[in-house]
Ligand binder design. Structure first.
Ligand code: RIB
Ligand code: CA
Length: 317
């Protein structure tokens, strides 16, 4: 059994990620913590509560985290991708859930759960890294209670939000630098270079929708999100970035990784929020060294058919 905390900004692909965790018997979902990103903190929190209600998991505590980045404000632009309510304008179709977030904030709840854990906990950040940066800064003594971070974010070859930056890192570069560069907590980064490989197309979505009420409802949340990627790729498709990161947390090793020296660009220039990866050959780096501050495990490839079938089988129940 893997104890999991998911830190999230639902978000259409976040909704699939939460549903995947709820549908996986290997997972003990300790909590869901919310952060600004695809929508405001209030909206991402409401969406998280509704998705958990959809999955019959109103027992999972939801705690609210950061409503803005650590240092500099970031103009929120994700309505174009996830819709005005973060779920393609369909959030109202989900059960209201009735539940409310717990009193504790995200950092308090994560710290409390880590302190109480008898086994190390896997944390899966699938939005901006603000909450995790705050957790590690405020509770450094709890690093040893974290099994690993499985982080959805970053772009090795080209961004989705700017030419170089991926949305989660772009949303709070300073937090990303804290977590991915300054920390030494075991971490696997799942960048869009990997998640784009796992694109799903209309037939996959139709199979999921036909599989039962959960699949039908999840696919019903994808209209704006599919429209965005259809325009991007010229065919009916979408990319369930966050669900792929959760799939790795459920099945360690599903994604094959390589370790690279990395940095996060926090300068105010055209590549702010970019993940800088030194991909020169290891022998060259060993000889000449790398100026980049941390060696980080990055998911680089997977059996995409296996990932697609795993997601479908779990979400189809
Ligand atoms: O770049 C993809 C990431 O940004 C995903 O987490 C998606 O939900 C958005 O938050
Ligand atoms: Ca997300």
């Amino acid at each position: 059994m893997t104890s999991l905390i998911i830190d999230t900004d639902p978000g259409v692909d976040d909704a699939f990620a939460l549903a995947l965790a709820c549908a996986s018997p290997e997972i003990d979902l300790l909590a869901v913590t919310t952060v600004f990103g695809n929508a405001s903190l209030e909206t991402t929190t409401r969406n998280a509560l509704r998705v958990l209600a959809l999955c019959g998991r109103t027992d999972v505590p939801v705690a609210m985290g950061a409503e803005r980045p650590l240092v500099y404000p970031q103009v929120h632009e994700a309505e174009l991708v996830h819709g005005s309510d973060g779920l393609s304008g369909r959030a109202h179709l989900l059960p209201s859930g009735g539940a409310a977030p717990v009193e504790a904030d995200a950092v308090e709840l994560m710290a409390r759960l880590l302190r109480a854990a008898t086994e190390p906990v896997t944390i899966v950040p699938i939005g901006p890294l603000t909450n995790v940066a705050l957790l590690l800064a405020a509770h450094p003594g709890l690093r040893g209670k974290i099994e690993r971070l499985v982080v959805m974010g970053g772009a090795v070859s080209g961004g989705n939000t700017t030419a170089r930056a991926e949305f989660n890192l772009w949303s709070d570069p300073e937090a990303a630098h804290r977590v991915l560069v300054e920390e030494r907590v075991p971490t696997v980064l799942v960048p869009i270079d990997l998640t784009f490989q796992c694109m799903v197309e209309r037939p996959w979505l139709d199979r999921l929708a036909a599989a039962g009420p959960l699949g039908e409802t999840l696919v019903g949340l994808t209209a704006d999100y599919v429209a965005h990627y259809t325009a991007f790729f010229g065919k009916e498709c979408t990319i369930l970035h966050d669900a792929i990161a959760v799939a790795e947390a459920i099945r360690p090793g599903l994604l094959r990784t390589r370790t690279y020296p990395v940095e996060v660009d926090c300068a105010f220039g055209p590549s702010r929020g970019a993940l800088v990866v030194d991909r020169r050959e290891p022998e060259i780096i060993a000889t000449f060294g790398s100026k980049l501050a941390r060696s980080l495990e990055i998911a680089v490839e997977t059996d995409v058919d296996e990932v697609r079938e795993f997601l479908l089988a779990r979400l189809a129940g």
